[in-house]
Every structure is written in C-alpha cells, then in structure tokens.
Design a protein around this ligand. Structure first.
Ligand code: ZN
Ligand code: ZN
Length: 457
C-alpha cells in the first residue's frame, strides 16, 4: 500500500492525471472562475435570508437547498430531519440610568433568560476577564448585572475565539450560580462598529437562566469608561426572548455516487442555519456554496472512485445538533475523510490533515495540487471543526482547509454578516482548493485511515 501510494503521488507530480478523466490541476484552475458558489451564497442569503435553527426560515432553507442541489445534478438530494428545542429573540434594550444616562447597544445570547417586559434595574459589577468572574466572591455578584470584559484580538487562524470565547460560553452560567440577576459581556468580536455579536451559550447544571447579552465593542468600552469614573453604575435591561418548544430541524444531503459503492464516502460539509441578526453570508452560506460548487466540478469531470457526499448541516449554531444527529445516524457507514467549510469566505492559506502516516503520500499529492494557489501544508493533527467534529472524534480521517480569519470576527454573528462581505475572487480560490482536495481524495484508492479516536462530543 505504501509503495502504491508513493507511486501514485509520484505520478501526480509527473503528470496531473490522477485517474480516469481527472486532471486535478486543470480542475483547480478552472474553478478559479467558479460562479456556482457565488450563486448559492447569493441565492440563499437573498431568497431565504436569516435562518435561525429550528425556525420556519430554516425549514424554507432546507426546501430551497434540496431543490438547488437537485438542479445542480446531484443524486439523492434529501432532508434528514431531527427535533430540537427552539429559542427566539425578543425585544432587547439597555440603558445606563446613572451616573451618565444613555442607551447602549446589545443583543441577547442564545438561550438567554428573559427580564420582565418592563425590564430590570440593577447595579453593574464589572470583571476584566472570565477568570476574574470565576474568582469573585458571591457577595461581589449577588443581585448585580455582571459585565465581563476581555481583550480578544485578531488572529489569522481564529484561535483567539477559542481563547476568549469562554466569556460567552461559560460566563452566563458562572454569573447565574453566583447570584447575578443578568450578565452582559463585551462581544466576542474584533470590529468597532456598533454591532453586537450574538452566539450560543448553554446553562450548566445548577445554573438557572438569567438574561444574558453581548454589548457591541464600542458600547462595552463606553461602559468600561463610565465605570472607571468610580461611581456606582446602574443599568436598566430589557430582554424578552422566548423558548417556543420543540421544532424540526434537519440536515440536507446530496451525493455524487462513486464507481465503487464499497469505497466509502468523502464528506464535504457546511451549515445551513445561521444566526438571526444578519443573513448568514460568511457564516455559513459561503461554506455551502464552496463545498457544493467543488463537488459539482468533480462530478462534471467524470465519475469518481468514491462517493462524494455534500452535507449542509442544520442547527450548528445552537450546539452542533446537525453534526450530532448525522454521527448518530451514519456512524456505521464507511467515511473516507471528513471536511467542512465554516470559517467565512476569505482565501485559504493553509491545510492540515489527520490521516494514517501510511497515507501521507496522498497528502503530499494534495500539497502539490494546492501550492500553486498559495496554500501551505500544515500538520497532520487536524481535528475537524463544527459539524464534522462529532463523527471525526470517533476516529475518521480529516482534512482542514484553513481560511484567512483575520476579518472573520469583525462580522461573525453580527447584523453585518451579509452578502457584500463576500469577495468573489477569494470565494473562487476556496472552490479551487476544495475541488483539488475532492478530486485527489475521491479518486485515490489509498485508505486514509485508520486513525485513533480523538474523543470529545
Ligand atoms: Zn459557522
Ligand atoms: Zn456561527
């Protein structure tokens, strides 16, 4: 196997033709003029718009997606439904009553509790970090509206989101357990527009829901300055989100059947749901456009050895529900590799893999195919983000094509996540990279596994 793989990689270096009718370099270069990804992104954001998980809008998006994937020529376009509890936003208002009366801009976090319709009024207790809140005595928090600040900065790889996102993910539960009446955080974002960044948080066992919201960065800094004047600061907060009970979500799937049905599945994914403030263009309509456009290009070039499965997952934003439902339904199927596009639409600059060392010659071939479009090879410890994470953790090979995230958290989960933020040339570079990846792996007879399970969800 190793010898064969080496020969395969060698032949790719010598001549681009990998197998019947597949000239990876030619497919890649043609994809640099792709319009399909843009058409999907434009269509989904225009004809559906915001697609909050479990809502009627997400259901319309599923119907739209099945129709579009069929029209593009994919086989077996279908919906796999699942049920979920649904939370929807209500009214959201905040104002400083004293010492310097003024309104502030914020948005509720997913699963936030509600205030009474006429709001709550309490003194602010500020913490400069999540760690400071964790270390606080109950007496500092009880009866207060907690304000958690932090210092998230830009990173190309998005690692600051993991590092600082705890203020959103864990802050509300910690504040609730210490007796806070509500929590507001500095948005997990990097822009300085008056756009709050929403996002999910979940109540830990023993934490009763309290109102939880994110201030835009300018508003968080304003609040910080007001507090720095040294007088007690009183805020009136009105948040009226609701839990509307169990509703249906679902994953949309479609396939390019392979020549050998026993050769397994190359899964390429994205998520169809979005937050409700913008139209979910960079998060994640663009990802859906990228993976479907790339799969179509390979499909149109001839029948691949392995089946390509496009999955547009549902309900990612509210806790990877689509990814978990997919893992539970498809654990027994042979997945050759998992890959997901869910980090915007800016250019891919690096890729990582998680394959058996014996299969690294396939990754060598992929590196050769990606280098001409500016993509550097990374490590072989990729874990696979968002929806593919649950299945990847059971021990399935992964390829991660990393997009430049420098401006991603300017837009992520804000009202500003709209189509005009998608750069068509960068979007097409994504399609070119994904096309090369799918063409390489779906036509290689080399097995990428086995790989060890990595654990987690
Ligand atoms: Zn996303
Ligand atoms: Zn998101």
């Amino acid at each position: 196997m190793r010898l064969f793989a080496t020969l395969l990689a060698g032949s790719l270096l010598a001549a681009p033709a990998l197998s019947q009718n597949f000239d990876v370099a030619a497919l890649r270069d043609a994809a640099l003029k792709d319009d399909v990804a843009w058409d999907i992104t434009e269509g989904l954001t225009t004809e559906i718009g915001p697609r909050l998980a479990g809502t009627e809008a997400e259901a319309r998006a599923r119907a739209w997606s099945v129709a579009r994937l069929k029209a593009l020529g994919f086989a077996n376009a279908r919906i796999e439904p699942f049920d979920m509890p649904v939370w929807v936003r209500g009214e959201e208002k905040a104002e400083i009553l004293s010492p310097f009366p003024q309104k502030l801009v914020l948005a509720a976090l997913g699963n936030s509790g509600a205030t009474p319709d006429d709001g709550i009024t309490a003194e602010i207790a500020m913490f400069p970090s999540l760690a400071a809140l964790e270390a606080a005595d109950r007496a500092q928090v009880q009866g207060k509206i907690v304000f958690v600040d932090h210092a998230m900065g830009r990173t190309q790889d998005g690692s600051s989101y993991g590092a600082f996102g705890g203020a959103r993910r864990k802050g509300p539960s910690i504040a609730s357990k210490k007796g806070a009446v509500a929590i507001v955080i500095r948005s997990i974002g990097t822009d300085f527009h008056r756009n709050p960044h929403t996002g999910v948080q979940s109540w830990e066992d023993g934490a009763s829901p309290i109102p939880a919201a994110a201030l835009s960065l300018p508003d968080a800094e304003q609040l910080n300055r007001i507090i720095a004047r040294g007088k007690p600061v009183t805020m009136k907060l009105t948040l009226t989100p609701r839990n509307i009970g169990t509703r249906q979500s679902g994953n949309v799937m479609a396939e390019v059947p392979g020549r050998d049905p026993s050769a397994g599945i190359v899964l390429v994914g994205c998520h169809l749901d979005s937050w409700d403030l913008g139209t979910g263009a960079i998060d994640d309509a663009a990802g859906c456009g990228i993976v479907a456009a790339a799969a179509k290009r390979v499909m149109d070039a001839g029948k691949p050895l392995r089946t390509i499965r496009v999955v547009w997952f549902g309900a990612e934003e509210v806790g990877l529900r689509g990814g978990i439902a997919y893992r539970d339904a498809h654990l027994q199927e042979k997945h050759v590799v998992l890959a997901e596009s869910d980090f915007g639409a800016d250019r891919i600059y690096k890729f990582d893999s998680y394959v058996n060392p014996a299969a690294l010659p396939v990754i060598d071939a992929l590196a050769t195919a990606l280098a001409p479009i500016g993509i550097a090879r990374g490590h072989n410890q990729a874990r696979g983000g968002s929806d593919i994470g649950p299945l990847a953790a059971t021990g399935v090979p992964v390829v991660s094509l990393s997009q430049d995230g420098t401006r991603y958290f300017d837009l992520h989960h804000t009202p500003d996540d709209t189509l005009d933020k998608v750069d068509r040339a960068q979007l097409a570079q994504n399609v070119a990279a994904w096309t090369a990846m799918i063409a390489t792996i779906a036509n290689s007879p080399v097995e990428l596994g086995p790989v060890a399970p990595t654990g987690g969800k």
